[in-house]
Design a protein around this ligand. Structure first.
Ligand code: 0WK
Ligand code: BGC
Ligand code: BGC
Length: 907
């Protein structure tokens, strides 16, 4: 009988009824399986859609193996790991310092009709077991957090969000596939109403097994389960998982190798018995690999073979029994016991007799051989699969040799005498360069699930703190409508010269260009990111612009007024020389983007500096006079300063040249402001009732009277306090580019102090004013930027972040910029509604000329402004025109209009 060893059994020619195919695996077929599974794994990792890879490679949102720092009490509910039973555990994690506390657990048998019935019934059953466990175990029921160990193939979209793909292992409840199983459990717990439990994580049993095991200092990085079903997970490099937009760190991937071969890849090793078993299973054609390895099937395979041999007279004298002929007649326990050589054949006889058989003398040995053949093949197949995982790890870590710890769990490991040893031997054959340690999980992964739950609980707590912090930035329609109404009221008061945070400054621009303007004009554009000197030629064929950008050093912007205007004149002279204009006295339009009370088109008294400017001896002065005096000091040629305009007015005029319906100018850049064409009759302090006057609203100061305090947050207060004009420009400080980055920085500091971000580490860089530029918001929120690029921006700032941190920083930026855009939209809605009502129109069609870096560069700002205007002023059809040439062109056009009007009065 020596050749009768497992392999021999099937190769013994002539043995009646013994098909010569497939059991156990030859080394060649094991390598074939290893290679084919590896191929499938890599195809799935790359996101190959068709042909769909046989294994799913599902990311589990577990980004790191346990730190060991996890602490706390957690409830773990296990469903599906051990077939027809459900287990509830109470796990206490004591961190690195504390001693290990054994989990308390209770097992509940799941009735067959529950495993095959409506999903609600199954989850209600689970919820009842939970409360029964809690009733039976005196635990503190406050703030219970639960980890759901759900051992079926699921698409996870978060640590607490997981959609069941398909049932396996004898489960077939209706109404669950395609559903979020966490929600189903939450609903059942609610229906049960026995206890309030927060389900914070859903975990696959392989992940729980991996996370629960430690080998001294090295954590296990592979989790392998062979219980009723089989599967494995491992730590893959995140950059190799196509569905994840991550390039750093690792992520645990559940392979779901049970479905390997569902595409026919196992054809060569499948036996008739495998095919029969599959046909008779709940899910024919699916989980082919699992059906050759999983404990739910090993007994059935042995039964099939024994029945076959009995029916061919090879066993039991050709006699059979009901148990032998009925599905499920032989269980894993039977196989494990019968194969256990230490138990001897006596035990086999007992079991066979219990199965209603009358074994002959040699039957026991033959039955043992059958058991051994079935289980050896299962272990070898499992080994081939594990070898594929090890090879994948070598590939993904570009390592020749690999030292790795594999956590094992499941009753096939626990009960079967030789499964692990056959597995180890075969893995050594198939992956000789891998030094693998197998670590049995002690509590079926309960502790591992609790660890994932602890991480999830920490992240959930962080998320709650993040939501609490950002909630004041999430403005609803009612709040925005209040801002719109307050803005409207302030506009009317400002126009009538009453106390108002909106100065509503007449600009003496009475008309938008009519296209008949002509000539060469000089223009200055001061107050935005750049100071520009422009030569503007307005001709029949259009407007040509030549311009030069000059910088305004901070020391000049905050020095003396004389220094500032001398610097401006230096730039003009430099520009004229470069443009060969020296000695020419062209009409000049001066875009001066600060609040000025205009006494005429060419007279503007600076009311106060904004946007970080603070040159002395300017406030209260006519800035046109200051410019002229500087020109005189420079003995430069006489320049004819015809007009001083605000950048909003310049922008409106510039866009109005293309679109005569453009009657509103909007700037959202370093600062923010708006102007519009108001009915002259509504403008107190300016003579005349007919016609229009462009009003510079200076809306940056809206709310300086406290009307925005209900919306202002502590972060806004910090930014305002730290500014050079505290209490001023409150609306601007919630909207414009000079401040958004600082608001974000203050929020990040706050979240770091709460331990939500950067593991609570306050970094020097984050304490540095203005280090978080507003342009970062535009970059970070850009849809085209992958998360990894967001991380790169933040790391350049010296911030130690995890992928969760990156996501949170992105959310902070989104909340701050969204509020800014909505507030800006509420302002524009107030303006266009005013124009509509001024004209007693049902519907108004109007265009808004816009400029400013934030509006132009932020990926979502303009869309959010338009959406808010649409919502708050539905009777106004508003078109936003981005100004191409800035307001310098507008200043030149205002100058051109003034010159045209002056010429008309002269003739
Ligand atoms: C470009 C205009 C200029 C205005 C600026 C505002 O030509 O008058 O001040 O936009 O945007 P910022 O440069 O502040 O982003
Ligand atoms: C499931 C896996 C699970 C494995 C072991 C399979 O049937 O699809 O999710 O990990 O059984 O329990
Ligand atoms: C100024 C406005 C200017 C706006 C946009 C504000 O700080 O007060 O005059 O229009 O910035 O540049």
């Amino acid at each position: 009988m020596d050749s009768i060893g497992p392999v021999g059994l099937w190769q013994k020619e002539g043995a009646p009824g013994c098909p010569q195919e497939g059991l156990p695996c030859s080394p060649d077929s094991s390598e074939l399986i290893q290679a084919s599974l590896l191929r499938s794994m890599e195809q799935a990792l790359m996101g190959q859609a068709s042909p769909a890879p046989a294994v799913r490679m599902l990311p589990t949102y577990v980004g790191s193996t346990p730190h060991g720092t996890e602490q706390g009490d957690f409830v773990v509910l296990e469903l599906g790991a051990t077939g027809a039973s459900l287990r509830v555990l109470w796990v206490t994690l004591t961190g690195t310092e504390g001693h290990r506390i054994e989990p308390r657990s209770q097992e509940f048998l799941i009735p067959q009709e529950v495993m095959l019935g409506p999903g609600q019934q199954l989850f209600d059953f689970a919820a009842r077991c939970l409360s029964e466990f809690l009733d039976a175990h005196p635990v503190d029921r406050q703030g219970l957090q639960l980890g759901f160990n759900f051992s079926f193939p699921c698409h996870q979209t978060g640590l607490d969000k997981s959609t069941l793909i398909s049932w396996t292992k004898g489960f077939r409840c209706s109404g669950v596939e395609g559903q979020d199983v966490v929600q189903l459990l939450r609903d059942a717990i609610e229906r049960q109403g026995a206890c309030s439990i927060d389900v914070v994580a859903v975990v696959n049993d392989t992940v729980g097994t991996m996370m629960g095991c430690e080998l001294g200092t090295a954590p296990c990085e592979v989790g392998l389960v062979v219980d009723t079903g089989t599967n494995a997970c491992y730590m893959e490099e995140a950059r190799h998982v196509a569905v994840l937009d991550e390039d750093r760190g690792r992520v645990c991937v559940s392979i779901e190798w049970g479905s390997f071969g569902d595409d026919g890849a196992l054809g060569s090793v499948l036996t008739t018995f495998d095919r029969i078993l599959d046909q008779e299973s709940l899910n024919p054609g699916a989980q082919r690999f699992e059906k050759m390895i999983g404990g739910l099937y090993l007994g059935e395979l042995v039964r099939q073979v024994l029945a076959h041999l009995a029916q061919h007279g090879v066993l039991f004298g050709g006699c059979t029994s009901r148990a032998l002929l009925s599905r499920g007649g032989i269980l894993l326990e039977h196989v494990a016991e019968m194969e256990d050589a230490s138990a001897g054949t006596a035990r086999v006889h007992t079991i066979l007799r219990d199965l209603g058989l009358n074994p002959g003398a040699s039957d026991a040995e033959l039955v043992q051989h059958v058991c051994a053949a079935v289980c050896t093949r299962a272990a070898q197949l499992c080994a081939a699969a594990l070898a594929a995982v090890l090879t994948r790890l070598q590939h993904s870590r570009e390592q020749q040799t690999l030292q790795i710890a594999v956590a094992t769990g499941g009753r096939v490991f626990e009960q079967h005498p030789r499964f692990l040893s056959v597995l180890q031997e075969t893995v050594t054959l198939l992956a000789p360069e891998c030094d693998v340690s197998f670590i049995p999980s002690v509590d079926g992964g309960g502790r591992g699930v609790a660890m994932v739950t602890a991480v999830a609980a920490r992240l959930a707590a962080h998320r709650r703190l993040l939501e609490e912090t950002l909630a004041p930035f999430r403005l609803n329609r009612e709040q925005l409508a209040v801002v719109q109404a307050q803005m409207r009221e302030a506009m009317v008061k400002g126009l009538q010269g009453e106390a108002s945070s909106l100065r509503m400054l007449p600009t003496y621009v009475r008309a938008t260009p009519d296209g008949s303007e002509r000539g060469h004009f000089l223009a200055l554009d001061l107050g935005g990111t750049n100071f520009r000197v422009l030569l503007v030629h307005v001709a029949t064929e259009g407007v040509q612009i030549t311009n030069q950008v000059y910088s305004i050093p901070e020391c000049v912007a905050r020095g003396s007024g004389q220094q500032l205007f001398d610097h401006i004149v230096d730039c003009i002279v430099d520009f004229q020389q470069k443009q060969g204009l020296s000695g020419q006295s062209l009409p000049l339009g001066f875009t001066f983007s600060f609040p000025c009370r205009q006494l005429g088109l060419d007279q503007g008294i600076l009311l106060n500096w904004t946007k970080g400017f603070n040159a002395s001896d300017c406030e209260g002065q006519d800035v046109v006079r200051l410019l002229r005096e500087a020109l005189k000091r420079r003995q430069a040629m006489e320049l004819n300063v015809v007009a001083i305009v605000n950048d909003t007015v310049g922008t409106m005029m510039s866009c109005g040249y293309e679109d005569p319906r453009c009657e509103v100018g909007l700037i959202v850049g370093t600062g923010t402001n708006a102007c519009y064409m108001e009915e002259l009759r509504n403008v107190a302090g300016v003579a005349g009732d007919l016609g229009h006057m462009c009003i510079n609203m200076e809306w940056g100061a809206f709310g300086d009277d406290g009307s925005l305090d209900t919306l202002s947050t502590c972060f806004d207060a910090s930014v305002d306090q730290a500014s050079i004009n505290p209490g001023k420009q409150r609306f601007e400080k919630m909207i414009s580019g000079m401040y958004l980055g600082e608001i974000v920085r203050h929020i990040l500091l706050h979240l770091t102090s709460l331990g939500v971000l950067f593991r609570g580490q306050q970094t020097q860089s984050l304490q540095t004013r203005d280090i978080f530029k507003t342009k970062f918001l535009s970059e970070i929120e850009s849809d085209s930027l992958a998360l990894r690029q967001v991380r790169a921006i933040l790391e350049d700032l010296g911030l130690p972040l995890t992928s969760d941190d990156t996501l949170m920083v992105l959310e902070v930026c989104q909340a701050v910029s969204q509020r800014a855009a909505q507030l800006c939209g509420a302002g524009v809605a107030a303006v266009v509604e005013k124009i509509r009502e001024n004209r007693g129109l049902e519907e108004l069609t109007v265009s808004v000329g816009v400029d400013g870096t934030l509006y132009k560069l932020h990926p979502h700002f303009s869309r959010l402004v338009a959406a808010t205007v649409q919502e708050l002023a539905p009777r106004c059809a508003v078109t936003f025109l981005q100004s191409e040439d800035g307001s310098g062109k507008g200043a030149a056009l205002v100058t051109a209009v003034a010159c045209r009007l002056a010429n008309q009065t002269r003739v």
